[in-house]
Design a protein around this ligand. Structure first.
Ligand code: X8Z
Ligand code: ZN
Length: 629
């Protein structure tokens, strides 16, 4: 995806969206905004001319913003931070003005593409700025500063602490970055060391709190000026339905999938209790958030070894094979690309290989959170990631390439259509392909010794998948539920951290490992908060990817359970996928869903069907456990 700020051609950035039924919060021209004098009586031709002008202006502004953004994220300094802020500021200024001008065309009978571009324009700035120049500048500077602060984040523990966090070659390094601390979360099984790594990373964010709350004020002001009740309302308006219907849809999908999460939580907690003792992992209580193998407890596959259902059914340890087979970053990305080309999709352009960042440079600060970009919005696709030879990173490479292939297939569309059908679609493409990275596929590559297909081995594989896909679902809800409440004012600054942990407890059933207070700002320790990337997209993507997978498997003629399907090498599946990618955001998302699946609603049924064998296993295992928290 594009990077962060506005809509942008980078993914892992905010994105715009679409409408079919029209957002509930209808944009209106704020009385304070001076609108460029619109002709008294405008015609559809005027609207077309306006949109052509906007398209050219956006190309100029977004390319400039994203070039500055790319450079600043690849080389964090005060100067590049300022350049990135300038790009953001100029874009924000323009979009607010263009939205105001576009009001002149409301109510005209326009053709659907023109109508849709006008709609998308209202959503084009992820964080719209107030029209006051000083406030606009302040907002852009805060955004740029928060992104850099996260990228530069490090923890310098007392000597001798956190041995697992240090790489083999740098035992003497004093300060640890997120990659190092994440390594400790992944590998250490020492309770105190895990606590230290968790606490250390969460110490980067308290300095963000004041600026974040100013950002909330300014972002809300900007959103109000273009007619939304607050910034959260703008973020919820990009799904071709009213914000209320959207929230109800999310609730529907969560209600369908929650039983799986509840059983998984219960099973994993029982295993962790056995490992760490019931004083630390209590019955009927939330799980301490640092014991799940991930800094944010968002995906749990790193504790697979502690929860493996059936031992001796063949190893699923791909990390070891990647190391033994000397996979470096480029070889891993080539492997990812080969999946896409096997479907009949194009090879990546040469510039991708020349311009991407694949490993953490030693000599400068960079934002290592993986992202995908089309910097010049004309097939200048790139990836920025600090790749290590692990299975997790191999899957993330597929994820990022999914964004790049989306960019590639829609780059000839007007700027406002150069985005996913909705942002959840964009997040789900690479993951859909990665669902076909089955043990059999890995065995064919020599990355697994064996791929047994007996029922016990199948449950093992499903468990590993569920630790990623199912464990993530409530986390995918929490971040934006928290931000929506912050933007609406329901959660004031004095309750930022308390409200964060209430939501994490309610949805995920996890608790902070050490006492927290309002002196902490734990949301800031998760990339997407300082980087202003809306997050509900990832929840949607977790649901969509199974729906897409089911559809592509059907197109590929797969018979049998969904979890045994791999679409690798299937051109029919590839052309279905391409048909959807080429639409970009030119149509409301249900039409894109139709193009790939023949269905027009989000349906968690495919995910539930996929994990049916695991659910049966979990229910049997959890008999006698006191589930819930
Ligand atoms: O941020 C990402 C991608 C880039 S769009 C690496 N993801 C979310 C996260 O890391 O929190 C992918 C899964 C969820
Ligand atoms: Zn992504």
């Amino acid at each position: 995806m594009r990077p962060l700020h506005a809509i942008a051609p980078l993914l892992c950035l905010p994105v715009l969206s679409s409408i079919a039924c029209g957002p509930k919060e209808e944009p209106r021209v704020p009385p304070t905004l001076t609108v460029a004098a619109a002709p008294k009586k405008v015609t559809p031709d005027d609207a077309k001319a306006f949109l052509a002008r906007v398209d050219a202006d956006l190309r100029r502004l977004w390319v400039a913003r994203d070039q500055a953004g790319w450079v600043s994220q690849n080389f964090i300094t005060d100067d590049t931070e300022a350049l990135a802020a300038n790009g953001e500021e100029a874009t924000a200024e323009y979009v607010t003005r263009a939205i105001a001008e576009s009001q002149a065309f409301r109510g005209l009978a326009l053709d659907p593409p023109a109508q849709r571009q006008l709609h998308l324009l209202t959503l084009a700035q992820v964080v719209p700025a107030p029209s006051d120049a000083k406030e606009r500048k302040a907002l852009a500077e805060i955004q740029s500063w928060m992104g850099s602060a996260y990228g530069k984040g490090k923890y310098c523990p007392p000597k001798g602490k956190l041995p697992t966090a240090r790489g083999e070659k740098d035992k003497d390094r004093e300060c640890l970055k997120l990659d190092d601390l994440s390594r400790a979360l992944k590998k250490s099984r020492d309770y105190d060391e895990l606590t230290e790594a968790w606490r250390g990373w969460h110490a980067i964010s308290p300095p963000m709190k004041d600026r974040f709350s100013r950002y909330v004020e300014l972002g809300n002001k900007g959103a109000k000026e273009i007619g939304f009740t607050d910034l959260g309302a703008l973020w919820r308006a990009g799904y071709d339905m009213s914000a209320a219907d959207f929230e109800a849809d999310i609730e529907r999908l969560w209600t369908e999938t929650k039983p799986l999460y509840d059983e998984l939580h219960c099973y994993v907690r029982a295993k962790l209790r056995r490992k760490y003792g019931k004083d630390r992992v209590a019955d009927g209580a939330p799980i301490p958030a640092h014991l799940l193998g991930n800094m944010w407890a968002q995906e749990w596959q790193n504790v697979y070894d502690l929860v493996e259902p059936y031992p001796n059914q063949g190893s699923l340890d791909v990390d070891k094979q990647l190391k033994d087979k000397k996979y470096d970053a480029v070889k891993m990305v080539k492997l990812g690309e080969s999946f896409f080309t096997s479907l009949g999709l194009d090879p990546l352009p040469k510039t991708f290989w020349d311009r991407s960042l694949f490993t953490r440079p030693k000599d400068r600060e960079v934002v290592c959170h993986a992202s995908a970009w089309d910097v010049t919005w004309q097939d200048d696709v790139r990836m920025k990631m600090c790749i290590e030879p692990t299975e997790d990173d191999l899957i993330t490479i597929h994820h990022e390439l999914g964004h790049d292939y989306y960019f590639h297939y829609y780059h000839r569309l007007p700027m406002l259509f150069q985005q996913g059908a909705n942002d959840g679609f964009h997040e789900g493409i690479g993951d859909t392909l990665a669902l076909s990275v089955t043990p059999q596929y890995l065995k064919n590559l020599g990355l697994l010794a064996d791929a047994p297909s007996n029922p016990k081995a199948q449950v093992n594989v499903q468990m590993k998948m569920a630790l990623d896909k199912i464990a993530f679902l409530p986390f995918g809800l929490v971040i934006d539920k928290w931000r929506w409440d912050v933007f609406s004012g329901k959660t004031p600054k004095e309750k930022y951290n308390a409200s964060w942990w209430e939501l994490r407890k309610k949805y995920q059933g996890v608790a902070p490992p050490v006492e927290r207070s309002e002196a902490d700002f734990d949301p800031g320790a998760k990339y997407h908060v300082p980087a202003s990337v809306p997050y509900i997209r990832y929840f949607l993507a977790r649901v969509y990817q199974f729906q897409f997978h089911r559809a592509l498997c059907k197109a590929a003629g797969h018979k049998g359970p969904l979890d045994t399907c791999s679409i690798f090498g299937n051109k029919e599946a590839g052309s279905r996928l391409r048909a959807m990618l080429e639409l970009g955001a030119s149509k409301p998302w249900p039409e894109a869903m139709q193009a790939i699946s023949g269905e027009s609603k989000a349906d968690a049924g495919a995910l539930v069907e996929y994990f049916a064998p695991l659910l049966a296993f979990l229910k049997a295992e959890n008999k006698g456990e006191k589930c819930g928290w």
